[in-house]
Design a binder for this molecule. Structure first.
Ligand code: ATP
Ligand code: MG
Length: 471
């Protein structure tokens, strides 16, 4: 099963909200510690007040300072709605004067003249905030200051810290929720052109290859749409070619097939074995012509630049290659009484697809042999032209193709009026397709000015391996 890709919208939201939430967590932690500090600052002062109050109840006594605090006064002093309070008083030398026996003397003492010392401790198993400060006993200068400690549980402080935290974090949270909404809305709005694009593509007919409207498409997506449009244009061309080809092929095949059928019907009606033989011989010619037409049609389809698979060009010697093909034509030339000649001496290296090059040469020789008169002369020549191209020429001494026809004979199905011999009119179209697959150009010249002779020349770029070697 294909795993659904997360939508762009969710991705953008995740990328924005992830860091925002991480920031919020960090901010909350920092805010919490700051609020605890603030809360302590606010309550430490009143804790110190209580310590001073306790100190006021220490009176000089003959043997040393003494705590004079009635249980009722002590209750009032330690009265608090939220927290439990406890105190302890020590002499400078460390003797206990009074208070909660559980309270330990601080490990580090505040300086006698300096500020009170605030610190955290544990009392009766509960965390407490503690103040320790020195106090002078009125009227007792002899025994020195006393150390007063007051402890307070943390309820008030915690509550204040949380209140501060809530006041800071809740608006931030709200802000994030609102930002999420705004971002979500913004992204949705931003993605509208993409949705429109999606509809423009999904609503169209599968044969509609007109370009997608580029107007209003965001800049980031524009190159993609342009690429798609270009692809559709290429597809359109291929589709056009194929449609045209199918129509042409059907049209071209209809007549010979109907002819074959008529010939068969005639042959079936014959009783005379000699005439049946004759009909069969004619049928053979018709079938042969049809099979050439089919071959040429397939070749045309195969070599159409838009419809072809990649062409594998390999370095080959045009001279040896053309000579070998020319040799294959000798029996046919003898049969037609044609003097077939080959001119070529040096190897001429070009990059070519051997099968296609063979088709090209065969088509040109076929035309030269077919359209020149009996007793004519056909010459195949290979050479390197002045600018380094590999030149292949096929000349005949038949009647020259009229100047106004020279462009048109390369069109599909175009044949000269009065061409007596059979032909489908595809050979030169195939030749020009194959030539363009090789980056080659074709020229057609008459050999002489008296309306006799044609020379078809194909100029192939020099082989790259040749160029590399020269470099
Ligand atoms: N060497 C030539 N001399 C005179 N006419 C030529 C020559 N080559 C081509 N032609 C003319 O150009 C026309 C188109 O040639 P092309 O090779 O494309 O088709 P074809 O020979 O009629 O058919 P096919 O080659 O597909 O069997 C030919 O019908 C013929 O009239
Ligand atoms: Mg031909």
């Amino acid at each position: 099963m294909r795993q659904a890709e997360p939508r762009l919208q969710s991705k953008l939201l995740a990328w924005l909200l992830g860091p925002l939430l991480a920031l919020l967590v960090l901010d909350t932690a920092v805010t919490y510690w700051t609020s605890v500090d603030f809360s302590n600052l606010a309550h430490d002062r009143s804790l110190n007040e209580i310590a001073r109050e306790v100190a006021l109840h220490i009176k000089p006594n003959g043997s040393g300072p003494k705590l004079e605090l009635s249980p009722a006064a002590e209750r009032i002093l330690l009265l608090d709605q939220d927290d439990r309070l406890a105190y302890k008083v020590w002499t400078q030398s460390g003797a206990v004067i009074g208070g909660d026996p559980e309270i330990a003397r601080p490990a580090r003492l505040p300086s006698v003249s300096g500020k009170p010392l605030f610190y955290g401790a544990v009392l009766h198993g509960e965390p407490v905030r503690m103040v320790a400060s020195w106090a002078r006993v009125e009227g007792d200068d002899a025994s020195g200051p006393v150390l007063v400690q007051v402890a307070e549980t943390l309820n008030k402080r915690k509550r204040l810290a949380w209140e501060i935290l809530a006041n800071v974090v809740v608006p931030q949270l709200l802000l994030i929720v609102m930002a999420t909404g705004a971002v979500y809305f913004g992204i949705s709005r931003g993605l509208v052109p993409l949705k429109r694009l999606q509809h423009a593509v999904s609503d169209r007919n599968h044969l509609d290859l007109t370009p997608v409207e580029i107007h209003g498409v965001p800049g980031e997506v524009r190159p993609l749409v342009e690429e798609v449009n270009e692809l559709m244009q290429r597809l359109g061309k291929t589709l056009d070619f194929q449609n045209r080809f199918i129509a042409d092929a059907a049209h071209q095949l209809k007549t010979p097939v109907a002819g074959l059928k008529a010939q068969i019907e005639m042959a079936l009606r014959e009783n005379d074995p000699e005439r049946v033989r004759h009909s069969l011989a004619q049928l053979y010619v018709g079938a042969d012509r049809l099979s050439r037409l089919v071959r040429q049609l397939l070749s045309l389809a195969r070599n159409e630049p838009g419809a072809t698979d990649t062409v594998q060009l390999q370095a080959l010697d045009l001279n040896a290659f053309a000579l070998e093909i020319s040799m294959g034509w000798v029996p046919q030339a003898i049969k037609e009484g044609i003097d077939l000649g080959f001119e070529g001496a040096e190897p001429v290296l070009i990059d070519a697809d051997a099968d296609r090059l063979r088709e090209l040469i065969n088509n040109l020789i076929d035309n030269a042999v077919r359209y020149s008169q009996r007793g004519g002369r056909v010459t195949i020549a290979v050479a390197t032209s002045e600018n380094g191209e590999g030149r292949l020429s096929i000349s005949d001494d038949g009647p020259s193709i009229p100047v106004e026809e020279r462009g048109r004979i390369f069109e599909r199905f175009h044949r000269l009026l009065g061409s007596h011999t059979d032909g489908s009119g595809l050979g030169l179209a195939i030749v020009s397709e194959i030539a363009s697959l090789h980056g080659a150009r074709i020229t057609l010249e008459e050999d002489r000015s008296d309306g006799i002779g044609n020379t078809f020349s194909v100029f192939f770029p020099a082989s790259r391996s040749e160029a590399d070697r020269d470099a």
